[in-house]
Design a protein around this ligand. Sequence first.
Ligand SMILES: *[C@@H]1O[C@H](CO)[C@@H](O)[C@H](O)[C@H]1NC(C)=O
Ligand SMILES: *[C@@H]1O[C@H](CO)[C@@H](O)[C@H](O)[C@H]1NC(C)=O
Ligand SMILES: *[C@@H]1O[C@H](CO)[C@@H](O)[C@H](O)[C@H]1NC(C)=O
Length: 381
Amino acid sequence: MAACSLLFRLLLVLLTFSDLPAQILGLGVGINYGQIANNLPSPSRVAYLLRSLNISRVKLYDADPNVLVAFSNTNVDFIIGLGNEYLQNMTDPVKAQNWVLQRVQPHLPQTRITCITVGNEVFKSNDTQLWSNLLPAMQTVYRTLVDLGLDKQVTVTTAHSLDILGVSYPPSAGAFRQDLGEYLHAILNFHAQVKSPFLINAYPYFAYKYNPNEVPIDYVLFQPNQGTVDSITNLKYDNMLYAQVDAVYSAIKAMGHTDIEVRVSETGWPSKGDENEVGATPENAGLYNGNLLKRIEQKQGTPAKPNVPIDIYVFALFNENLKDGPTSERNYGLYYPDGTPVYNIGVQGYLPELVFSSDSTKNALSVFSLLILVIAYLISA
Ligand SMILES: *[C@@H]1O[C@H](CO)[C@@H](O)[C@H](O)[C@H]1NC(C)=O
Ligand SMILES: *[C@@H]1O[C@H](CO)[C@@H](O)[C@H](O)[C@H]1NC(C)=O
Ligand SMILES: *[C@@H]1O[C@H](CO)[C@@H](O)[C@H](O)[C@H]1NC(C)=O
């Protein structure tokens, strides 16, 4: 067996990572770390992968302690999540406090939890009881954080699907669905009061998939194209994502708020789909995510908010083999579970190989890191 070569590569990896200075990347890209799969690498390996990618902002859909512990003392900022099944309980101050005490507080400050999303795409369900519980749950979690003195470091929000819009074009005419008006109005007041961002999951891919003959592919993929002009504002849009974000800004403004930032909590493109899922190819996914990364690096704002660099979490880190729905749902990942990239995103060659791949090598790694630390200590002493 090539144990020596494996050890040598581990050594390289360790040296490479220990060489990296602590970095503050500010508005670098974030990534959604979804775990609806039975074949994902351990969180400690994922920590290496993200570090090698320079990704320092991660969004989880839960508060998985295995992940939060594995990322302790790293420079990674976390958005953690409370699933919709928790909303009812989170309207109860005692249960909300227990959840924060058990799932959040023990990880602070060594793991940088900066935000809690209470519920995900709640208005996509038809369960109006869930709709009614959303804001009370957000408020109760927020009050708990205040009581524990954590509200300055951890903000409270929720993530919406773009379906909450009744009008999305032109962007300046953006408006929320009428049946959601009373709920969203109250939620916006909450955001303004506690100064937390409004999150949307925005997928130009869906617009293309359902209308491939009318939606120009270059416009959704951030490729050179003639763009569209908002006839009311005369603002020019060269891609659909920015138009979607500005439509949300308009909808918020129509409810009287100009004091709330819109952020993209999910966007992405599938590399594979069913026969009827037009456009789901590795080439398109590579263009979408690669072009998006370049724009994030340039700190671009949207046409309506040119001075607010758009804040984006790409969906997703890994393909997730246990997700329901069409084939595309299981193929949004930048990486296969074994750590190889699904496609080249074209922005620098920073796609590392995962060099250790089983629990026994993981243990070998920790023993080995310890050894390195001891040697380093002896050398410095
Ligand atoms: C990580 O970011 C730093 C500075 O932000 C940059 O110099 C470096 O090239 C990046 N590394 C990779 C692998 O992208
Ligand atoms: C909600 O609270 C009840 C009673 O404490 C508990 O049995 C149930 O498991 C909780 N639900 C969730 C999703 O945690
Ligand atoms: C919600 O209800 C509408 C019409 O009542 C239906 O078309 C839609 O499929 C339902 N959605 C879900 C997620 O159940």
